[in-house]
Design a binder for this molecule. Structure first.
Ligand code: C2E
Ligand code: CA
Ligand code: CA
Ligand code: CA
Length: 275
């Protein structure tokens, strides 16, 4: 009826207003967070099967608002991406990760690549390459110790410009990884043209290992594909001994996940390196 139609409409606009207000509020708070230095990085170690050693770490952003608890990136990265604030936040992550990587390298007494996530919006900024270059220069970090994790969703339509950006980044000497690999199919056909060093198998494939045997074929195919293109293959979201042993058995090179270690505050990560 007309009445219920109006009610639905009323409900719909209330809901839209509520979401809009929430988003505006979050945007405001994220700007404040940048200004007041409320972000920090946690580090999740990566383990190499061959050596049994830590072979790097992923820097993951955390937000601790004054007087509040920790906010998960899953709750604010999407808003930051939508509003464009991700560019400034990403810039903070890049500089902070490079600075901390220099210290971690010195502590570890060896070169330990630190991986940083680059969001699709950040990836498409025309000055991405110069921003990365300046983060390297400011920190003095060996470019080979910085890895950029790029998701398949960064490739929306123009494969040519996607590859060109990857090549420019490679020229700086940094490492590149395709993150969440297997969740999109857009890049599959072009993978051979991507100058990337590493494929990160999405955790969805790993978590379904025990329950869906069809996954095994997919995992093996991804590993074979990566190796045939001279890439290292890393599995993320490894939570059990079974998953770890299985992935080792099928030739996966590296792993990352709660079974080995959760993302750690930098002090705890340093301690782990020292042990
Ligand atoms: P991601 O890049 O795929 O990062 C992996 C996520 O899986 C992290 O969540 C990590 O804590 C979590 N994880 C690691 N091991 C396990 C495991 O064994 N089991 C399970 N269930 N989860 C595991 P986190 O830190 O909450 O980050 C979520 C997402 O937020 C990231 O997914 C990434 O897309 C985004 N993100 C985090 N930090 C940054 C950043 O600095 N910049 C950008 N652009 N995005 C970021
Ligand atoms: Ca990542
Ligand atoms: Ca991932
Ligand atoms: Ca993910």
């Amino acid at each position: 009826s007309k009445q219920s139609g109006r009610n639905n409409f009323q409900f719909y606009t209330d809901e839209l207003n509520r979401r809009l207000m929430e988003r505006l509020d979050m945007e405001y708070r994220l700007r404040q967070a940048l200004e007041h230095d409320e972000f920090l990085l946690h580090f999740q170690p990566k383990l190499a099967f061959a050596s049994g050693n830590i072979c790097g770490a992923e820097a993951l952003i955390r937000w601790r608002p004054a007087g509040g608890g920790m906010v998960s990136p899953a709750d604010f990265i999407p808003v930051a991406e939508e509003t464009g604030l991700i560019v400034d936040i990403g810039q903070w992550v890049l500089h902070s990760a490079c600075r901390q990587a220099v210290r971690l390298n010195a502590m570890a007494g060896r070169e330990l690549p630190i991986a940083v996530n680059v969001s699709p919006r950040q990836f498409r900024q025309s000055d991405l390459v110069s921003r990365v270059r300046s983060a390297l220069q400011h920190s003095g970090l060996n470019p080979a110790c910085l890895e950029l994790e790029i998701t398949e969703s960064s490739l929306v339509h123009d494969t040519g410009s996607f590859i060109k950006t990857l090549q420019e980044l490679k020229t700086l000497g940094v490492k590149l990884a395709i993150d969440d690999f297997g969740t999109g199919y857009s890049s599959m056909a072009y993978l051979k043209d991507f100058p990337v060093d590493r494929l990160k198998i999405d955790q969805a494939f790993v978590s379904r290992l025990e329950t869906e045997s069809s996954n095994i074929a997919i995992l093996k195919a991804i590993i074979a594909l990566g190796h045939s293109l001279n890439m290292k293959v890393i599995a993320e979201g490894v939570e059990t001994a079974y998953q770890q042993a299985f992935l080792h058995g099928i030739g996966c090179d590296e792993l990352q996940g709660y079974f080995f270690s959760k993302p750690l505050p930098v002090e705890a990560f340093e301690k782990l390196l020292g042990d």
